[in-house]
Design a protein. Sequence first.
Length: 162
Amino acid sequence: MSRIAVVPGSFDPVTLGHLDVIERAAGLFDELHVVVVHNPGKTALLPIAQRVSLIQESIREAGLPASILVTSWSVGLLVDYCTDVGAIALVKGIRSQIDVAYETPMAIVNRDLAGVETVFLLPDPAHAHVSSSLVRQVAALGGDVAPYVTPAVARYLQSPRD
C-alpha cells in the first residue's frame, strides 16, 4: 500500500520555504500531492491556475521528482480530497509558535473527521522568516524577491503584465 501525503497551501506565491517542505515531504512518502487551496480569508495575488503552474515549473527547475502531483482544491473540506486520493497525512511547514497555535486545532479536527494525521516540518533556518505575504509586499514595492522565491516565481513577478 502506497503512503500518500498532501502538502496544502495557498502558495500565493510559492516560496523557497514551501519548496523545501515539498522536497523533504517527497522523501518521506511514496506519493506526494501539492494542493493549492482557496482561502476565502485571503485576497489572492495570483489566480489558482497560475499558482499551480508556478509550483510545477519550480519543481521541475529544482530537479524534484516528476511524480509530485500539483493540483488545486476549492470545494469542500481538504480532508475530503485526502480521502478521495487515499492520503494518510497532511504535511505542514511550521515557522513559529504562531503557526503551531493556528495549525494544531485544524490537525485535531482533520484527524477526527477523516483519520488523516498531520505532520509538521520545521523550516530550513535560511527560510524561516519568509512568507508569501512578505514576498507579495516586497514585490508590490518593486523590491528584489529572488532570495525568497524560486527562479520561476521571480521571473513571473518581475515580468510586465497588463
